[in-house]
Design a protein. Structure first.
Length: 369
């Protein structure tokens, strides 16, 4: 018993030492819920993350939204199992084993020592980690399936390896991130982010589809997409480098307004000269670029490699736009309802009407907050 107790004590001391290094050791409590730190120390990977009790299932016996010391002791194996499944950490080409898990409580909300958050510490032994420069991939699985409704909305995760530090905000739309990827890894990562934002971002995607469908003409498409790319690339670059910033409360409604604007022009059969239409799209693109920057603001890899991050993101958005244009053109040609120079097809009015309605709803919702 004495030997076992001594081993547990030593494991906790090693874990706590790693945690203090990871968190700076100067906080009143280890970490707030929604914050995490991962420190690479030799062949040891030390994890600390503050988690709200709301993500845990079947451990709050009195259903008061808090955990008391006896509940933590009673359900510790189940808590650790859920937390272990909730976070996946991997280093390319290396395999590790969990050396120690621990639960800590540094926040009490009443005289019964109840808490609304736990600090979970984990030490993973990974042979070969000390000499590895490979990136670290972190995925939060708390947003999946049954945990989606109760999960913390976002987690700020910091990964440190000697003098390399990177922080990223993980959330429902971005549950996974590759840390410490280096210059070329950052380019690849932001290229993927750029493509995802234009293809999976409903408002940006709808804007581009509405804009292009208003007139299926190759010269028009090239001119408008060029104007849009130059504009959003400009404001994204300025914002990503801290030169210019606009608050979300202003930008998000304006993005919705751009959708309404291009839709109403099509519904009203207002035909602008290509130069004037490109100028309008350029202005709208400035707004969308600020929206892109807001979405990517919490990735510190952008600050580590500013040129690669801006280049990669804009290339990703451009590739996404080309894919949208190619797909839309293919649909038009395959349906045999139009040709490359046709711009007076009924389906265009349907798209414009649906876009105007959707954009108006988003505009109202975003103004209301």
């Amino acid at each position: 018993m004495v030997v076992v107790a001594a081993r547990i004590f030593c494991a906790r001391v090693l874990l706590l030492a790693g945690l203090l290094l990871a968190t700076g050791g100067a906080q009143a409590h280890l970490l707030s819920a929604g914050q995490g730190a991962i420190n690479l120390l030799g062949d040891q990977l030390v994890v600390l993350i503050g988690v709200p009790v709301g993500i845990l299932k079947g451990v709050d016996d009195n259903a008061d939204g808090l955990l008391q010391p006896e509940e933590i002791r009673r359900h510790q194996p189940a808590i650790l199992e859920q937390l272990g499944k909730g976070m996946t950490i991997s280093v390319e080409g290396l395999e590790g084993t969990v050396a120690h898990d621990d639960l800590m409580v540094s926040v009490h909300v009443d005289d019964n020592k109840s808490t609304n958050q736990l600090e979970w510490g984990r030490r993973i032994h990974i042979p070969g980690l000390a000499g590895s420069k490979d990136p670290v991939r972190v995925r939060l699985n708390w947003y999946d399936a049954a945990l989606a409704d109760s999960a913390q909305q976002s987690y700020s995760i910091q990964v440190r390896r000697v003098d390399e530090v990177e922080t990223a905000m993980l959330g429902p739309q971005h549950p996974e991130h590759t840390f410490l990827a280096g210059r070329w890894g950052t380019l690849q990562s932001f290229l993927r982010h750029g493509a995802e934002h234009i293809l999976l971002g409903a408002d940006h995607l709808l804007f581009v589809i509405t804009l292009l469908s208003a007139g299926v003409n190759l010269r028009r498409w090239i001119g408008l997409l060029t104007a849009f790319t130059l504009a959003h690339g400009l404001t994204y670059s300025l914002s990503a480098n801290g030169i210019f910033y606009a608050p979300e409360q202003i930008i998000e409604p304006l993005i919705a307004a751009t959708i309404v604007g291009v839709s109403l022009l099509r519904l009203a059969d207002i035909r602008l000269h290509l130069a004037w239409e490109a100028a309008m799209v350029f202005v709208f693109g400035l707004v969308h670029g600020l929206g892109f920057a807001l979405a990517m603001a919490n990735l510190s890899s952008a600050a580590r490699f500013p040129v690669m991050s801006v280049l990669g993101f804009n290339l990703g958005v451009e590739l996404g736009q080309v894919l949208i244009a190619t797909s839309l053109f293919a649909v038009v040609r395959l349906t045999r309802e139009g040709s490359l120079i046709s711009d007076r097809l009924p389906w265009q009015k349907l798209i414009a009407g649906a876009s105007a309605l959707t954009g108006a709803v988003w505009l109202w919702q975003r103004i209301q907050g």
